[in-house]
Design a protein around this ligand. Structure first.
Ligand SMILES: *Cc1c(COP(=O)(O)O)cnc(C)c1O
Length: 406
């Protein structure tokens, strides 16, 4: 049977129109399987009775995040085959990442949520080992974290889990009024920038004015690559990214960047140290190396070329859907977080007699299975988490489903 590499190579040379019959002959149903499965003796997900799918949705934890480049999985395999001192490894990798990203210091965390928890824990306890053992009991300490109301989403649980109390404010004036000797941290959610009255620079300035550290959650904020540098430079004391979203590192890893003092305090809560709130947020050599190499790969990437690929893929799917009478599409790029070309597809249900949810179900249950986002108004698609070539299958399946409902 033709291997996947060859298939994708072949696909790249096949023009879009009329390529679908060829695809099926090539065994297109295998294109939904993972990149290395074809090379391995065992197909683990299949053995477990699990279906893999084409990810036309985006970076979702429930869909296991992103796919890692081979260089990253090699780094993970390398890590799995040698011993090293864990703290020494984190020290060295922290220095290396700080150098790559021109910031003071860095550490690899168990994800953005994990970065938030250990950063908060570090702020609460400073370098006091007695306090470290006490978390999440913080009565009588400076334990309040101030958040703009429009930035308050479920992920603030990462802060309250370690003993912080959330104080919500709407304006800069309210924020200044809320500051007291109980204030430990000012927390900013980049994704919700448009929902808050206080913007980055002003937020940082307020922190500096009152001598309170600032943290920005940038979990889903690459691309653009510039965000990896922008917020530490702007003066946020701590900046966190998910490792397994746009960076395509391990889904169980993330980055905490910023001031050495806060990152060192955060690390007091992480393994190998026990009796800490962060003992369960372990990252081992495999994630640490995987994260470093994912970051290196991401920085080396031709971002313009990748963007153009995403635009072309989205255009392809959009045009394919629009070829069905009654269907309309809209291409948009979210301003903050998941900043990638994204497609929304709607139709006149008098002409195309299927609901978006039913169409999504058919995509999901078809061969190969295709995951999208949406509701009963529209279907949402992004291509950045696909293996290049899969956009053709998505375009074809979507067109088939919509057409058969006319
Ligand atoms: C995904 C996400 C997180 C959690 O990140 P993990 O790396 O999955 O721990 C936190 N905040 C925001 C805004 C996110 O999008």
């Amino acid at each position: 049977m033709i291997n996947r590499r060859k298939l994708l190579k072949t696909l790249a040379t096949v023009p879009f129109v009329g390529s679908f019959i060829g695809l099926q002959e090539l065994g297109a149903k295998n294109i939904g399987t993972n990149t290395v499965a074809a090379k391995l003796e065992r197909d683990f997900f299949k053995e477990l009775g699990l279906r893999t799918f084409i990810n036309a949705a985006g970076t979702y934890t429930s869909m296991t995040g992103s796919l890692m480049p081979e260089e990253v999985t090699q780094a993970i395999s390398y890590g799995a085959s040698e011993y090293v001192n864990l703290d020494d490894l984190q020290d060295k990798v922290g220095e290396r990442i700080a150098e790559l990203l021109s910031c003071e210091y860095a550490t690899v965390t168990s994800g953005c949520f994990g970065a938030m928890s250990i950063a908060m824990a570090g702020v609460l306890c400073g370098d006091d080992p007695k306090k470290v053992k006490q978390l999440p009991r913080t009565e009588g300490w400076a334990n309040e974290v101030i958040i703009q109301e429009g930035h308050q989403i479920g992920y603030a649980q990462a802060l309250t889990n370690v003993g912080a109390k959330v104080v919500l404010v709407k304006t800069a004036k309210e924020l200044e009024k809320a500051i007291s000797k109980k204030t430990a941290l000012l927390w900013y959610l980049n994704a919700n920038t448009e929902n808050g009255a206080i913007r980055w620079e002003e937020f940082v300035a307020l922190g500096k004015k009152h001598n309170i550290p600032t943290f920005i959650d940038c979990a889903a904020d690459v691309p653009p690559v510039s965000n990896l540098f922008r917020f530490t430079k702007m003066g946020f004391d701590m900046v966190a990214f998910s490792g397994g979203k746009g960076l395509r590192g391990p889904q169980s890893a993330g980055l905490l960047l910023g001031k050495r003092k806060y990152i060192e305090a955060a690390r007091m809560h992480t393994p190998p140290r026990g009796e800490t709130i962060g003992r369960g947020m372990k990252v081992n050599k495999e994630e640490v190396l995987g994260m470093l190499v994912a970051l290196e790969m991401y920085l080396q990437k031709d971002h313009d070329k990748e963007w153009k690929l995403w635009e072309d893929q989205i255009d392809l799917i959009s045009n394919s859907a629009k070829s069905v009478a009654g269907v309309s599409t809209e291409i948009h790029v979210p301003k903050h977080a998941n900043h990638v070309p994204s497609l929304r597809i709607r139709w006149d249900q008098n002409k195309v007699k299927i609901t978006p949810n039913e169409a999504r179900k058919q995509l999901r249950e078809g061969h190969p299975s295709i995951q999208t986002v949406g509701n009963n108004e529209s279907i949402g698609i992004t291509t950045w988490m696909m293996v290049p070539g899969q956009e053709r299958i998505v375009a074809k399946r979507l067109q088939e489903i919509l057409k058969s409902a006319t």
